[in-house]
Design a protein around this ligand. Structure first.
Ligand code: ADP
Ligand code: MG
Length: 635
């Protein structure tokens, strides 16, 4: 016996409420946390209103660690203030040959099997440092969202290898976060702009951050982003612009050398402010002094600024050319260019990149927030908060998954293109009186009828208490894990009887076959809908016949004259005959005739029940009476 559907598709109660999930951009320079709230994704500010945390950790003592802005000013020797730990993530001692360390860090790194920063509070690995940053973001999220987080999506550069990804995961675990998934930074940026919802095509993601430059070409196809190529320069970013500006300032002030460490860091901080101000102004007043040495008071114009930074901007275009070449993609085939990273706030950068790709670049989402926003959108979907069918995304079910219901129809439980992992539940009931077992048939495909879909598995739910048709409550859960493994379980709610089956839905299907199944579904959509409506009508007809037959057997002869009895039987036969054919209107008419023809009988039965109750015999007694009668018969 198959299933009878209770709830309308899509209206059954979700097995869980909105879950709190966050997206984290763990950057080399800055890190951010974002979440979807009331349907829109936004960056979460900390208690001081800061929307990002500098990726800097000061190890003051065994018990005191300061993360972010305050790390700069904590009372600690400068070697214990760790920045850019991301560059060391997943690197082993043998990755650090030659001058790599000296080129990237101006503080001590111990060379054990796992390199670590030597601080006054002991050796700290890149994982430790990242975990400290992640803990801070987690705390911000918990305070802002006011609840326990079910998980986080953390972003990593597209070129990160397995060791670097694993290190990032380890850091998140250490921070007490449940990692729903790591996703590539460029993919997150594309998701933030909703490019995943658009037609297939190639998009370029240009990411100029504080110390690194990355450019990626992504291909979006059937909801899945594929990284076609990445290129970049791990030593090119906003820091280089700051350094170039420091050089210019020193020249203006007539200083050859910045001697003290304090002077160097003050100068850099000043240059950075100047730079950020030049993103919004045509000229900026300058007042620069070093260690009491001659001061420069003047102005810097955009012309001068552009002359300083043009070579740096030009250096980013080389990797742009390289990704196109590596991926064998023509510049005219690039459909969109997304700007990512704080340094793309510089108008000259936008101008040059847009000139290069011959199209306006996308900047409407803050470039330093766009990765976190995309990660939050992903996290929200992975948490199962999104039910929108047509949201295409990363790892998705390529075809719908469902169950066979009465009439040889397929009830889709998880629509195609649903992001995984996902859990969806739906409630079903029994179709016949006294039914105590149910067979479940799991199917995959877009068509309405079982015969047109692919059978994945069958299993039985047996041994639940027999009841009147329609009164059992059977909760069926479909769970697809991150690896695409489907588990279908069925639970009879009253008795707690359960059964389940595991299947690997995409097993044995290649892309071509999936496409073929989709095309077939689209071509047949109209016909399928008609057939489904017909099947539904047929199921309804069978159900009415079943119910009236059962009533006739129970007490038909008590309430009906022989003529009345046989005229109802005639109507049943007519409906049975109509149900053999495929004319929905005729079946519908025959159902109506039978319902009308038996309405008097139904009314008499009701009146009899009410009368018995009035005479002090409750429904319970009636049930007991009939139960004992059955026992007697059994004897
Ligand atoms: P990362 O991804 O490396 O962590 P971000 O994307 O946060 O870095 O970018 C940080 C860089 O962006 C810094 O060099 C910062 O000075 C620069 N930046 C931030 N805002 C601006 C601005 N308005 N104009 C120019 N550069 C900016
Ligand atoms: Mg970044």
């Amino acid at each position: 016996m198959a299933l009878l559907q209770i709830a309308e598709p899509g209206q059954s109660e979700a097995p869980h409420q909105h879950k709190l999930a966050i997206g984290i951009d763990l950057g080399t320079t800055n890190s951010l946390v974002a979440a979807v709230r009331s349907g829109s994704a936004d960056v979460l500010a900390d208690q001081h209103g800061h929307r990002s945390v500098p990726s800097v950790v000061a190890y003051v003592s065994d018990v005191k660690t300061v993360v972010g802005l305050d790390a700069h000013t904590s009372d600690v020797d400068s070697k214990s203030v760790v920045r850019s730990a991301k560059r060391l993530m997943g690197k082993g001692a043998n990755d650090l040959e030659g001058s790599w360390l000296a080129d990237h860090y101006d503080f001590d790194v111990s060379s054990g099997p796992l390199p670590a920063f030597v601080t006054q509070a002991g050796n700290k690995t890149a994982i430790d440092v990242s975990a400290a940053i992640l803990s801070t973001l987690k705390a911000t999220a918990e305070q802002t969202l006011g609840g326990d987080l079910m998980g986080a999506v953390v972003t990593v550069p597209a070129y990160f290898d397995d060791a670097q990804r694993q290190a990032t995961k380890d850091a998140a675990t250490l921070a007490g976060l449940n990692v729903l998934r790591l996703i590539n930074e460029p993919t997150a940026a594309a998701v933030a702009y909703g490019l995943d919802n658009e037609e297939e095509g190639i998009v370029a993601i240009y990411d100029l951050g504080g110390g690194t430059f990355d450019v990626s070409l992504l291909k979006m196809q059937r909801g899945i982003f594929e990284v076609l190529a990445t290129a970049g320069d791990t030593s090119l970013g906003g820091d280089d612009i700051d350094n170039a500006l420091v050089g210019w300032l020193m020249q203006q002030a007539g200083v050859d050398k910045l001697i003290s460490e304090q002077a160097r860091s003050d100068a850099k901080r000043y240059a950075r402010l100047l730079k950020e101000s030049l993103s919004d102004h045509d000229s900026v007043d300058v007042e620069f002094s070093v260690d009491g040495s001659p001061t420069f008071v003047g102005q810097i114009s955009l012309d001068v600024y552009h002359a300083i930074i043009t070579p740096l901007v030009a250096r980013t275009l080389k990797p742009c050319r390289r990704v196109l070449r590596d991926a064998d993609v023509d510049i005219d085939d690039v459909r969109a260019v997304v700007m990512v990273g704080g340094s793309t706030r510089i108008p000259l950068v936008r101008e040059k990149v847009s000139e290069f790709f011959k199209m306006p670049v996308l900047t409407s989402i803050n470039p330093d927030e766009v990765v976190a926003v995309g990660a939050a959108i992903q996290a929200d979907m992975l948490a199962g908060n999104k039910t929108d069918n047509d949201l295409l995304l990363l790892d998705v079910t390529p075809l719908s998954l469902g169950l066979e219901i009465m009439g040889g129809m397929v009830e889709k439980v998880i629509p195609r293109n649903t992001t995984i992992p996902i859990t969806r539940g739906q409630e079903f009931t029994t179709y016949k009186d006294g039914q105590s077992a149910m067979s479940l048939h799991v199917l995959q495909g877009e068509r309405e009828l079982v015969d047109d879909c692919r059978s994945l598995a069958r299993f039985e739910l047996k041994g639940f208490p027999a009841k009147v048709a329609g009164s059992a409550r059977i909760q069926v859960l479909f769970q697809v894990d991150a690896d695409g493994l489907l588990t279908v379980s069925a639970l009879e709610k009253q008795s707690g009887v359960v059964a389940s089956v595991d299947v690997r839905p995409s097993y044995g299907l290649n892309d071509g076959e999936i496409e073929h199944m989709l095309r077939e579904a689209m071509d047949n959509a109209g016909d399928d809908m008609q057939r489904r409506l017909l099947q539904e009508q047929k199921v309804e007809a069978s159900r009415v016949i079943e119910a009236i037959n059962s009533a006739l057997n129970a007490d038909g002869s008590v309430h009906l004259s022989t003529d009345e009895y046989s005229s109802i039987q005639v109507l049943i036969e007519q409906l049975e005959a109509a149900n053999q054919d495929d004319d929905r209107d005729i079946i519908k008419q025959a159902v109506a005739n039978l319902e009308r023809g038996s309405s008097e009988f139904v009314e008499r039965r009701m009146n009899a029940t009410v009368k018995r109750m009035m005479q002090g015999q409750g429904i319970d007694d009636i049930d007991k009476a009939s139960l004992s009668r059955k026992e007697q018969t059994a004897d």
